[in-house]
Design a protein around this ligand. Structure first.
Ligand code: SIN
Length: 177
């Protein structure tokens, strides 16, 4: 028995659990947005950083990485992820569509921060988000690192994400103000 975990944020570039297989995959009807506050990884209470969550958007497709985990290890891995994602994320199950694969989608666990969680920040002008990212830092490191690592990983996977790439350009000081 095995199960899939889908990562679209830090889990794209920093999975910290053993897995059997990693595949590029997408979820349909969702967009990735830097709308979740982070007070335990990339910011601190009272001065949150910004990390990604998913927002429902008909017709959208969000690319990320799917990890197949061994059933025997599953419970320990999910416990570790429940701790890592405790800053407002719930675990849900969504259909994963694998890149270049005609097979039927497979269900996978996804960590999703609902707007009713206490760390939710919501939309803001991208320049404001970039300013917040540039000044934020938390126990896991600089918020800038999170944005740049995610953008770099998505580029390496040759997938598109206009929101992430525009934010990364602004953070680097290369986008329009
Ligand atoms: C994820 O990576 O899938 C969840 C959000 C995060 O930890 O950045």
């Amino acid at each position: 028995m095995s199960a899939w975990i889908f990562g679209y944020g830090s889990l794209v570039w920093r999975p910290d659990f053993p897995y059997l297989e990693c595949r590029t995959a997408a979820i349909d009807g969702w967009s990735r947005r830097f709308w979740q506050g982070s007070t335990d990884h990339r910011g601190v209470p009272g001065d949150p950083g910004r990390v990604v969550t998913l927002v429902r958007e008909p017709g959208a497709r969000c690319w990320g990485r799917a990890y197949r985990i061994e059933g025997r290890d599953g419970e320990a891995i999910l416990e570790g992820l429940a701790f890592r994602e405790k800053g407002g994320y719930d675990r849900i199950v969504l259909d994963l569509h694998f890149a270049g694969a005609p097979e039927a989608p497979a269900p996978g666990f996804v960590y999703f921060a609902n707007p009713d969680n206490p760390n939710w920040l919501g939309p803001a002008p991208l320049a404001d988000i970039a300013r917040q990212v540039r000044r934020s830092r938390g126990p896991s490191g600089a918020n800038v690192e999170y944005v740049m690592e995610l953008a770099g990983a998505l580029r390496a996977m040759e997938v598109e994400d206009a929101h992430v790439f525009a934010l990364a350009d602004l953070v680097k000081g290369q986008g329009a103000p």
